[in-house]
Ligand binder design. Structure first.
Ligand SMILES: [Zn+2]
Length: 180
């Protein structure tokens, strides 16, 4: 899996909620760091926006020419394996779930998910920073605060943090995170 930050979302001619991702950056294989990725197809990925509307995002499947691994190329509006857009999840985490058209049970699940993932995201950012001797003293603040110290507080912090973790091959599925 690869997350890209520079792209255009082009609505399908027949369905405005179906969006094709047109990448404007060069992806690198997160496994072996090779730059030659071949497009081998695409896949429809469902997502929900803040109005609760169903989106279909057409994402590309890429194969690394060196390690042969297949990667799905996600635009950074998405969080791997999550149905709600990254901006919706960010709003819920910041206690603004009332701005999102979703049920209380979804808000609860998103919060619970973030509680588990935040520690992993923070840990990944810290270990990457350690490799570059750039660890930030995060003190006794919350895990969320520590994450924003690495990626900045301005809106989109979740997308920025997720992108770093995914593109360094450190993302984990929550199913596994819950077990640790
Ligand atoms: Zn590779």
């Amino acid at each position: 899996m690869i997350i890209i930050a520079k792209y255009k979302l082009i609505p399908d001619e027949t369905d405005q909620n179906k969006l094709r991702v047109k990448s404007e950056e060069k992806s690198i294989c997160p496994i072996c760091l090779n730059e030659i990725l071949k497009v081998i197809g695409s896949r429809n990925r469902r997502a929900l926006n803040s109005k609760g509307e169903n989106l279909i995002i057409v994402i590309r499947r890429l194969r690394c020419s060196t390690c042969k691994k297949i990667h799905h190329e996600l635009p950074d509006i998405l969080v791997p394996y999550k149905r709600y857009l990254s901006s919706c999840i960010e709003a819920v985490v910041e206690g603004q779930g009332d701005k999102i058209a979703c049920e209380n049970s979804s808000i609860y699940r998103i919060k619970r998910w973030f509680k588990v993932m935040a520690a992993h995201i923070k840990g990944s950012l810290t270990s990457m920073a350690a490799r570059e001797n750039a660890v930030i003293e995060t003190g006794g603040g919350t895990t969320l605060k520590a994450i924003t110290l690495y990626v900045g507080e301005r809106p989109g912090w979740l997308a920025r943090a997720v992108r770093i973790v995914v593109n360094t091959n450190n993302w984990i599925h929550t199913r596994f995170a819950f077990m640790t």
